[in-house]
Ligand binder design. Sequence first.
Ligand code: NAD
Length: 330
Amino acid sequence: MIKIAFFSAKDYDKEVFDKYNQQYKFNITYFSCKLNSETAPLANGYDVVCIFVNDMIDEKTIKILKKCKVKLIALRCAGFNNVDIKHMDEHIKVVRVPEYSPYSVAEHAVALLLTVDRKIYKAYQRTKKYNFTLNGLLGFDIHGKTVGVIGTGKIGKCFIKIMNGFGANVIAYDIFEDKEAEKTLNFEYVTLDDIYEKSDVISLHCPLTEENEKMINYDTMSKMKDGVYIINTSRGKLIDTDSLIERLEEGKIGGLCLDVYEEESEIFSNDLSNSYIRDKDLLTLLSMPNVVITSHQAFFTKEALNKIASDTFKNIQDVILTGKCKNEVK
Ligand code: NAD
């Protein structure tokens, strides 16, 4: 029987993966800890490790997994920036779930935008305390604004469709332009500088790569409009946090919507409500009135979780039975 070591397991993972496992009957052990070089020995005797966005598969971890005779790393997410692919070889394969619900992430990006723009987080707290005043809650219409989208893949295109519905003027940048989408959806490809210079709202929907790490930095933010809103539901390291804080303090950035954070791995998905948070940058961001942060929650819908579980098991079965899988990362 195939043995799976399932890292970073949460109760909601167990519920949905156990449901789908009734069909596959894999032997799963759930570990709540993250997979990294310290915890990798736990994988000894398992065929597969199943991991999520903040497990860290660096060169050292890969060496240990190989010693443990692990044959497959099954990512239960789309992004694979946390796996050092160049140190993989024929002994160990990597699979991922490239698409589970682009709607979940695109809709969350919009939820964040509206929350910050229309000050819903403030209004909610106010009315709960029977304060029904409007001072300080003034927002702006998204209709008629220029929205810049970086990355026009599955999630970027969903986000564009929603922005089309709002009546925004959408411009986009991608290293591979989807000319068909440009014809059928209502947007125009422009240069990255155009995105920075013309957008009232910028939303990041590209993967994190070595080339685009910290693409949003002090210099690129200089090119942006005063008061620009930035949404990041992609990966934290696309933005240089130090410069971001400086630019927020200067008032250059008018609103910030984050579902991901540069240093999220030890913080997000943990309950630290009774702990001392040592990350001063995160504390600064959380203290700012025009910043809303969610903790890598954008994917978290019923539809996405079900698809993640079913596709992860299918990927594992494909590799085990045939040695091949269309979702292999090479
Ligand atoms: P996708 O592969 O369908 O699309 C990514 C697009 O980005 C592609 O069109 C690609 O050409 C483009 N791209 C690559 N490098 C680029 C660059 N340097 N500049 C501009 N464009 C670039 O991926 P997707 O499903 O749309 O997901 C996008 C990202 O969203 C993922 O990589 C992941 O980081 C993030 N994500 C976050 C969550 C969450 O819960 N917050 C969930 C899923 C995915």
